[in-house]
Write a new protein. Structure first.
Length: 517
């Protein structure tokens, strides 16, 4: 129980008023940052609030991020930053009913009609850093640069199940950085008056550039940065592989449930969604794009979010990545086969029952679960098959690729057996936070769960250290069509090899897909 309390306390976070923690200051090109020693892991130093770009407010709203200027300013970095503007609702969902520690921590959940997140602000372009407390400029530790998921509409640093203090404490040999980036209309406005429809991707890139320029001061090695993301973050990672193919900054990538090939959900090339919202606030200024933009930059943030969330029109208002053929592309096959893709080694993983978490919550009978056929179909079309196609494309392009599937089903993480290895279930394995929900479910992590987490962490750390040989030295063979894929947490075994055909074959009509409960 002590271990569970330790993990839970660490990921809940402690405010900067806790004077029992020893502060540490780090000097960078853009200022001095004072962090705190982790309240539960004395070997970990946390810098929770580090700006990486100018606040995207006023005339910078709906525009690409701007770099910070060199500075000697001091920053107290002991509290988590506000999240970027996003919507929080208490409408029943898989996550707020079963695993709320995988949601952004934005204060109390509001009434069922929904309200904007309480701990949110447009001044949100911050990142957080977890490093061994004894790290120095000479340490040159590998760095995991992590981007959260959330369908490009929610997410950010302060997600309890994605706080990496426990993992950094266990290894004491790497650094983890997680970032906020703009989401929904503020990150993907697709406005005629914006210079890019996909400014959330540019936020991510600027954060990565900041880390490359400054992480050495925290003990990191700028030549060994792993670009890593889950779900929308995983798709973003692969977007970066194509958009910044000739200067990826990172030396390897890890896409955890998601690739660039996943079908886009918007084709609003006439900017009608943004214009429709603008018109609701009196910003219909006779086709003057600049005037429309200036008007929308003055509308209160919460008013915009409330309107979008509560709109019940015939068509859904979506503000998501759209192909602009600069950051997000309409044909990834051609780009890969013509060499416009990062040459870096990459890992692609999925979870066995992805869409169990993404279909409507079965409120009438939660114990029975959702329609299994719909779950399998969505798992294949949205996740397994895009990963299979990406793997085949990378193999054809001669790129070093590794594949894995998480199939664990542990009672403290899956209150109902039908959940299986649901979307996001593998996050707590990598972050070492799998004990968090045990306090709520009155269950204890099993030995297999603990071992599976440690094995997954060790593989990822080996890849961070040396992406070309690190995994093969640990027995993880590079992927080629029909070759083995690692499966984590199933059959009472922490890791095993399975045929990729047993997973991908369902995409091509060869086998029946097993959600592997």
């Amino acid at each position: 129980m002590l271990q569970l309390l330790t993990i839970a306390a660490a990921i809940c976070g402690v405010a900067s008023t806790n004077t029992g923690n020893v502060a540490k200051s780090v000097h960078t090109h853009v200022g001095q940052f004072t962090g705190l020693r982790s309240p539960e892991f004395a070997s970990v130093m946390e810098f929770r609030r580090v700006p990486y770009a100018q606040p995207p407010t006023g005339q910078l709203r709906f525009q690409p991020p701007r770099r910070l200027q060199n500075s000697t300013e001091t920053h107290l970095s002991q509290d988590y930053p506000p999240s970027c503007p996003q919507f929080v609702t208490s409408r029943p969902s898989f996550y707020n009913q079963a695993v709320p520690y995988l949601l952004i921590d934005n204060g109390k959940q509001n009434h069922s009609s929904g309200l904007p997140a309480e701990k949110a602000s447009e001044d949100c372009l911050y990142l957080s850093i977890w490093a061994p407390a004894n790290a120095t400029k000479e340490s040159k530790l590998p760095v995991a640069f992590f981007m959260t998921g959330g369908h490009f509409t929610t997410g950010g640093v302060n997600i309890p199940g994605q706080i990496p203090a426990a993992w950094v404490d266990r290894s004491k040999e790497h650094i983890v950085v997680t970032i906020n980036y703009r989401v929904n209309i503020f990150g993907f406005p697709n406005a005629a008056g914006s210079t890019s429809p996909n400014i959330g991707i540019l936020d991510q890139r600027m954060a990565l550039e900041w880390v490359a320029d400054n992480i050495a001061a925290f003990g990191g090695d700028p030549a060994r940065i792993l670009l890593w993301g889950q779900s929308a973050g995983a798709i973003s990672v692969d977007y970066h592989n194509f958009a910044f193919w000739d200067n990826p900054i990172a030396h390897a990538s890890f896409s955890q449930s998601g690739t660039a090939i996943k079908a886009l959900e918007t084709d609003d090339y006439e900017h009608t969604n943004f214009t429709f919202v603008a018109n609701q606030f009196g910003c219909n200024v006779h086709d003057d794009e600049d005037a429309q933009m200036r008007c929308m930059q003055d509308v209160p943030t919460d008013d915009i979010l409330n309107f979008i969330n509560n709109y019940n029109g015939f068509e859904k208002l979506t503000f998501l990545p759209i192909a602009d053929d600069k950051l997000v592309f309409s044909n990834y096959t051609d780009r890969a086969l013509n060499g416009y893709i990062s040459p870096n080694p990459a890992i692609f993983t999925d979870v066995a029952n992805n869409n169990a978490a993404l279909v409507p919550w079965p409120s009438a009978n939660p114990a029975a679960g959702p329609n299994e056929t719909a779950v399998v179909q969505g798992t294949l079309s949205d996740w397994v098959c895009p990963t299979a196609d990406t793997s085949a494309l990378r193999t054809k392009a001669g790129l070093l690729t590794y594949r894995a599937q998480y199939a664990g089903n542990f009672s403290n993480e899956t209150p109902y057996p039908w959940m299986g290895a649901y979307h996001c279930a593998d996050l707590t394995m990598f972050f070492g936070t799998y004990g968090y929900n045990a306090l709520q479910t009155n269950s204890t992590p099993t030995a297999l769960e603990r071992t599976t987490s440690e094995v997954m962490q060790d593989y990822l750390l080996a890849f961070m250290r040396e992406p070309y040989t690190g995994l093969q030295e640990k027995g993880w063979a590079a992927f080629s069509n029909g070759s083995a894929v690692l499966r984590f947490g199933a059959d009472g075994i922490s890791v095993q090899n399975v045929s990729s055909t047993s997973i991908d074959g369902a995409c091509y009509g060869n086998v029946q897909y097993e959600p592997y409960p």
